[in-house]
Write a protein that binds this ligand. Structure first.
Ligand code: FES
Ligand code: FES
Length: 162
């Protein structure tokens, strides 16, 4: 067993975990944050993407004990109260989901992608960046549209603030 101390969605958590516990299991089973999904056991689908110290990671590939001390953001931590994050709002606006199973991972991946590209994204880059996220409903067209729209919105907000 290991003691794990994390900050999850801004709150400190401390728990004993088995050494083999994956971060995604810790989030879902120990903390009850079931917005992070498990779609495969081969690190392929991206349904489990969360942010760890500000970067998107597949939480099924991280041992919880190895994340000790990290800051974790899950889909539950993205909205500010009733106000959706711009990427969440864009997915709703552009119908970027069907069954919704892949959506939390897609959104967490998109937030990281937009930040890394400083809000300047084109369709080719978005499709390339989404290679690690699978949508079983194959709704990629609207997902890409939503990410491009969110990127544009977030870029304009930033420029206005500069
Ligand atoms: S559950 Fe992590 S990549 Fe599929
Ligand atoms: S919306 Fe169903 S898996 Fe993507």
């Amino acid at each position: 067993m290991s003691n794990v101390n994390l900050t999850v969605n801004g709150r400190s958590v401390s728990r004993e975990v088995e050494d083999r516990t994956l971060l995604v299991q810790f989030l879902r089973d120990t903390l009850g944050l079931t917005g992070t999904h498990v779609g495969c056991d081969t690190s392929q689908c991206g349904a489990c993407v969360v942010h760890m110290d500000g970067h998107a990671v597949k939480s099924c590939t991280v041992i919880a004990a190895a994340a000790d001390g990290a800051e974790i953001m899950t889909i539950e931590g993205l909205a500010k109260g009733d106000e959706l994050h711009p990427v969440q709002a864009a997915f709703r606006e552009h119908h970027g989901l069907q069954c919704g199973f892949c959506t939390p991972g897609m959104i967490m991946c998109a937030v990281d992608m937009i930040a890394r590209h400083d809000g300047r994204l084109d369709e080719h880059t978005v499709r390339h960046e989404l290679e690690g996220n699978l949508c079983r409903c194959t709704g990629y067209h609207n997902i890409v549209k939503a990410i491009l729209a969110a990127s544009e919105t977030m870029g304009s907000v930033r420029q206005a603030a500069e």
